[in-house]
Design a protein around this ligand. Structure first.
Ligand code: KG4
Ligand code: ZN
Length: 486
C-alpha cells in the first residue's frame, strides 16, 4: 500500500466503520518499518486493504476492509492469506486479530481460515461498547491454505486404517509425486483375514521406512511440505492409532499443519484422481474388506451415506466364503477367477435385503447359506461344483449391489457413479454395474486397481480439498474406529 492509494482507501474506510481511521493514522502506519500493508486491486480499482504489525514471532492484524461492492468475493480471504505469507517470510509463527463479536461474516471467514478464539475482551469497542473476540491462527495453516488455493501445495499423506501401511507425496491434489504401499497381506493370509494386533504391530514397524521412501521418491524433505494428512477413521482402531500418532508427532516436530481424512472420502477421491472428468452430483459405492457403503455426493466435500452393511462387508463375505472353501486369503480374486467358469444360476442363494426399500446391505446370511449348502451336499455324499458355487455366491452379492446402486442413481438423478474399494477389482461386478447404469444414461467410473485398494495417494487428494477449505485437525483429535462420513 502506498500513499497514492489513500483516497480510495479512505472511501472504503469511512463507508465500513463507525469510527474510521483518519488519513493521519494511515500515514503513520505506512511510515513504520514493523508494518506490512497490502492492497487488493482489480482493473485499477482498489477493492480492499489490510495491514499487520510485526512482533518477534507473531503478527497482529491492524485493520482489514473491503469495498461494499466487492464483498463476498473472497477479497478479505485473499488479503489475509497474502498478509500471512508476508508474515511467514519474516519469521512469524502466529497471527492475532480482534473482531466485533456481532460480525458473523468476519468470524466465519476467520474460523474458515483456521483461526481459533482465544477469548473475549468485554466492551472493547468505544462506539457501541461491543465485545471483541480475540482470535489467533498458526501461520503455517494460513500459508498451507494459500498454497492449496493456488494448487501449489505439497502434502504428505499417511494411511494405516487396515492392513496397508501407505504414504504419498502429492502436489496440488492431483500430481502424485510418490505413492508407497507396504502390504501386510502375507502376515494375515494364514489366519484367513486381517488380525488387528498383527496389523497394528506391522504398521509400527513399517511407518518410518514407508514415509522416508515416499519423501525420497518425491525427492523432497519435510521442509518442502505444506501439510501432513492422515486417515483418522474409520478402520481398525489399533491400526489407525499408529498413523495418527505418527502424523501428530510429525506435525508437532515440524510445525506443519495436520489435516484429517475420512478413509471413505479417500476412496471416493481415488476415483477423482484417476478420472478428472468425474463430476458431482454423483453416487459412490465403496466396497472393500472393511466397508460396503452407498454414498450420495451432491458436491465435492459433501456426503450423505445412504446405506451400508449391517454386518459383514462385501470383501469380507468373499474372504469368509473363500476360507470355507479352502481357497486362501484374500478370497475375492480366487472366487472371481473360479466364478468365470461357473454358472451363476446353478444355486439359488438368497438376495438379502433386495426388496428392503432402503440402501442397507446384509451379507452374513449369504455366508451362512453357503455354509449350509456345503454341509448339506457333503452329508448327501455329493461332490461340490466349486466354480458353480463361486459364480452363484458372487451373483447373489452383485444382484443386490447393482439393484441398490441403480435405485440410488435414479432417486438422486445423478449422471455419474463411481465404484471404489478392493472389491471394485471384481470384473463381474464392474460389468453388471456398467451395463445397468448405462441403460439409464449414468456413467460408471472405476479407478485402476492400485487406486481401488488402500493407498495414501487417495488420502492426499482428499486432504488437498479439505486444506482449501481450512479444515484442520488439532493435536487433541483422536483416531475414530467408526468415524461417520460428513
Ligand atoms: O480395499 P481393500 O484393499 O482393503 C480394505 O480396505 O479392506 O479391499 C480388500 C478386499 C478383500 O476382502 C478382497 O477379497 C477383496 O477386496 N477383493 C475382491 C477382489 N479382489 C479383491 N473381491 C471380489 N472380487 C475381486 N476380484
Ligand atoms: Zn479401504
Amino acid at each position: 500500500m502506498e500513499l497514492a492509494h489513500m483516497a480510495a482507501a479512505l472511501e472504503i474506510e469511512n463507508a465500513s466503520f463507525t469510527t474510521p481511521w483518519t488519513p493521519g493514522m494511515f500515514a503513520d502506519e505506512l511510515a513504520q518499518d514493523d508494518r506490512v500493508w497490502l492492497v487488493a486491486i482489480e482493473a485499477e480499482e482498489l477493492l480492499g486493504y489490510g495491514g499487520i504489525m510485526l512482533a518477534p514471532d507473531a503478527v497482529h492484524v491492524m485493520n482489514i476492509a473491503v469495498a461494499a461492492s466487492a464483498r463476498g468475493e473472497g477479497v478479505a480471504r485473499a488479503l489475509m492469506l497474502a498478509l500471512a505469507r508476508e508474515a511467514a517470510a519474516r519469521g512469524a509463527r502466529r497471527m492475532t486479530l480482534e473482531v466485533r463479536a456481532t460480525n458473523a461474516a468476519a468470524l466465519a471467514l476467520y474460523s474458515g481460515l483456521g483461526f481459533d478464539s482465544l477469548g473475549v475482551r468485554p466492551g472493547y469497542y468505544d462506539d457501541t461498547g461491543e465485545d471483541a473476540v480475540i482470535m489467533w491462527a498458526d501461520i503455517a495453516r494460513l500459508t498451507a491454505i494459500a498454497a492449496a488455493r493456488e494448487g501449489s501445495d505439497i502434502i504428505l499423506a499417511i494411511e494405516t486404517s487396515c492392513d496397508e501401511t501407505a504414504a504419498s507425496v502429492m502436489r496440488g491434489g492431483s500430481e502424485t509425486l510418490s505413492s508407497v504401499v507396504a502390504t501386510q497381506v502375507d502376515f494375515h493370509a494364514r489366519f484367513g483375514g486381517v488380525v488387528p494386533e498383527i496389523a497394528s504391530r506391522k504398521h509400527t514397524e513399517a511407518i518410518v521406512g514407508v514415509v522416508d521412501e515416499a519423501l525420497e521418491q518425491a525427492g523432497l524433505g519435510f521442509g518442502d511440505l505444506d501439510a501432513v494428512a492422515v486417515t483418522y477413521g474409520p478402520g481398525l482402531i489399533g491400526a489407525l492409532v499408529v498413523g495418527v500418532a505418527y502424523a501428530k508427532g510429525l506435525s508437532l516436530a515440524t510445525g506443519l499443519p495436520l489435516v484429517g481424512v475420512n478413509h471413505l472420502e479417500g476412496h471416493i477421491f481415488a476415483n477423482r484422481l484417476a478420472d478428472p472428468e468425474l463430476t458431482t452430483p454423483l453416487i459412490a459405492l465403496v466396497v472393500s474388506g472393511g466397508h460396503t457403503s452407498l454414498i450420495h455426493v451432491p458436491d465435492w466435500g459433501e456426503y450423505h451415506t445412504l446405506g451400508s452393511t449391517l454386518d459383514d462387508a462385501a470383501g469380507e463375505a468373499f474372504d469368509k466364503v473363500a476360507k470355507l472353501l479352502g481357497l486362501g486369503y484374500p478370497g475375492g480374486p480366487a472366487i472371481s477367477r473360479l466364478a468365470e467358469q461357473g454358472d451363476p444360476a446353478a444355486i439359488p442363494f438368497p438376495r438379502a435385503m433386495l426388496h428392503s426399500g432402503d440402501y442397507d446391505f446384509s451379507l452374513s446370511g449369504l455366508k451362512t447359506a453357503v455354509l449350509t449348502y456345503v454341509r448339506h451336499e457333503q452329508a448327501a455324499g455329493r461332490e461340490i461344483h466349486i466354480p458353480n458355487l463361486a459364480a452363484s455366491f458372487q451373483a447373489a452379492v452383485i444382484d443386490v449391489q447393482v439393484a441398490k446402486a441403480v435405485r440410488a442413481a435414479e432417486e438422486y438423478g445423478v449422471r455419474d457413479f463411481c465404484l471404489g474399494g478392493g472389491v471394485a477389482a471384481n470384473t463381474a461386478l464392474r460389468e453388471a454395474l456398467r451395463v445397468a447404469l448405462a441403460a439409464r444414461g449414468v456413467r460408471l467410473s472405476v479407478p485402476p486397481f492400485a487406486l481401488c485398494t488402500d493407498n495414501a495417494a487417495m488420502i492426499a487428494s482428499a486432504a488437498h480439498f479439505r486444506l482449501r477449505k481450512g479444515a484442520f485437525l488439532g493435536l487433541e483429535a483422536e483416531a475414530t474406529a467408526s468415524l461417520p462420513l460428513r
